[in-house]
Design a protein around this ligand. Structure first.
Ligand SMILES: [Zn+2]
Length: 56
């Protein structure tokens, strides 16, 4: 019974909007970018893509 309940409560995983990889390491610093559009959307970036996207 517990196992079926666990599968239902698995939180949605973050997935990088750029490269598509999922967030598996707690210690990684992912960044969230709020799109300036309607509807407002928050998109996650993995550290690598965030570096390319935000740091120049
Ligand atoms: Zn990425």
């Amino acid at each position: 019974m517990l196992s079926s309940r666990e599968s239902l409560t698995t939180p949605a995983q973050l997935r990088c909007i750029e490269c598509g990889r999922t967030w598996v390491f707690d210690r990684e610093r992912w960044r969230l970018k709020v799109l300036d559009e309607e509807p407002r959307e928050t998109v996650p970036y993995c550290p690598d893509c965030a570096h390319q996207e935000f740091d120049e």
